[in-house]
Design a protein around this ligand. Structure first.
Ligand code: LLP
Length: 421
């Protein structure tokens, strides 16, 4: 459920007409709903009620500080994967003891920054990384709390580019080597082993892969405890999928996911962390774009819009589907049309949808890409010298620009010209 609905023939973001925002900020732009963000966070928080837990929002999904502040105000922690994300979370006022640091390639600089600024735990992905965290911690005279990310060799049954829990993926250490790696970690003076981490992939639409992974984590917890490790925190990663269309079978709900966690891990008495990103932000955001031309091609009509693959790369990168709807609701009885919906960028991959049947549109009309709140703005680039598009946050009947569109001069003036030119 989200808060982008038609009212009196026009698309609203909560209580604000989307066309009104467009008139003020211009197209294309991203628009997020506070109520949807809050609702989705609470669903997870409530699903884990009864267990000691922290929902650490995977801020890679949408990392504007206004979004982070909205969630942090509800008690969210953050899952960060770079020094940049760590700095952004701190800048948004998230306390270090609510930030977990994931990722396969943490540099010593990033580790130092996090240990100096405060960190809840590092999710360690390899032995070389463990050695560096230990070394930096010893240098700083602190002890780094760690979990080790285990790779459970489970098929997440999702798109190959976003599956992470198979042995061929670069993530974590093989679960078969866990005892050895934990024994090594326990011998290092700069580390304190506190738990286990696992994350098997993104946009999972079934619970079964989670069940398999979490059962393996449960077994490992008992084995490591028997080895003498104080395993009291389990970080279960993110990955629960969202409905990208209204017609397909909806993925399991956070309540069902929470019940599965209790079922597989509840008996261990561990504190639970989860790292959802997409489910919190995905359907809390749309990208609004304007139709520039409708062009009749051979046997097909091209809808050319002012948003492009540099603004929303998911269709080009993962063949992802996003529902596309007109901002002015179609009149009853209006016949649907079929379009190839494309951006202005000079490559054929700049296609949002092929043969999409939808309400008819004309040049100048506004359209909205639904489910664009996660992995939308954060994956944008300036390809074709197109400035990054603005982000807007709606809250009830108010809205604010939370990142403005840079001017062309601002974009161009980041280049520096060497003196010999
Ligand atoms: N935790 C870790 C360690 C992760 O690697 C990820 C996502 C998450 C949590 C959050 O997963 P989520 O709840 O959002 O599924 N750009 C791709 C998605 C990449 C996901 C990467 N890792 C897309 O647009 O589909």
């Amino acid at each position: 459920m989200d808060h982008f609905l038609y009212r009196d023939g026009a698309l609203f973001a909560e209580d604000v007409p989307v066309a009104e925002i467009s008139a003020e900020v211009g197209t294309p732009f991203y628009c997020y709903s506070t109520a949807t963000l809050e609702r989705h966070f609470r669903l997870f928080d409530e699903a884990l009620e009864g267990m000691e837990h922290l929902v650490c929002y995977a801020m890679k999904a949408a990392s504007n500080q206004a979004i982070l502040k909205t969630l942090a105000a509800l008690g969210a922690g953050m899952d960060v994967v770079s020094g940049g994300e760590y700095a952004r979370a701190i800048a948004a006022g998230v306390p270090g003891d609510r930030i977990v640091f994931s990722g396969v390639g943490k540099t010593d600089g990033e580790i130092r920054a996090a240990l100096s600024g405060g960190i809840r735990q590092f999710n360690v992905e390899s032995e070389p990384e463990m050695a560096v965290i230990n070394q930096v911690a010893v240098e700083l005279g602190v002890v780094a709390p760690i979990t080790v990310r285990v790779n459970p060799d489970v098929d997440a049954k999702t798109h190959a580019k976003i599956a992470t829990g198979k042995s061929e993926n670069k993530f974590g250490i093989p679960i078969s080597r866990a005892r050895e790696v934990y024994a090594h970690a326990a011998s290092l003076p700069g580390l304190k082993v506190i738990g286990i981490d696992v994350h098997i992939g993104s946009q999972l639409t079934q619970l079964e892969p989670f069940r398999q992974a979490y059962q393996k984590v449960a077994e490992l917890t008992e084995v490591l405890r028997a080895d003498g490790h104080d395993i009291h925190r389990l970080d279960l990663g993110g990955g629960l999928g969202i409905p990208y269309t209204r017609s397909n079978d909806a993925p399991p709900l956070p309540t069902e996911y929470g019940a599965l966690i209790k079922d597989t891990l509840g008996h261990l008495g561990c504190e639970i962390e989860i790292e959802p990103g997409r489910l919190i932000a995905g359907n809390a955001g749309i990208m609004v774009s304007k139709v520039i031309y409708v062009k009749e091609g051979e046997g097909r009509a091209f809808m050319i819009v002012d948003g492009a693959m540099n603004d929303l790369i998911r269709p080009a990168m993962y063949e992802a589907h996003h529902d596309i709807i007109p901002v002015a609701e179609a009149l009853p009885g209006e016949e649907k049309q079929t379009y190839d919906i494309v951006g202005p960028i000079c490559e054929s991959g700049d296609t949002f949808a092929k043969e999409r049947t939808m309400e008819p549109v004309s040049a100048g009309d506004l359209i909205a890409f639904r489910s664009a709140g996660a992995y939308g703005a954060v994956m944008a680039s300036e390809y074709n010298s197109r400035p990054l598009i603005p982000e807007v946050l709606v809250n009830g009947d108010q809205f604010a620009v939370i990142r403005r569109r840079p001017t062309l001069d601002e974009m161009i003036n980041r280049d520096t010209i060497p003196e010999w030119l």
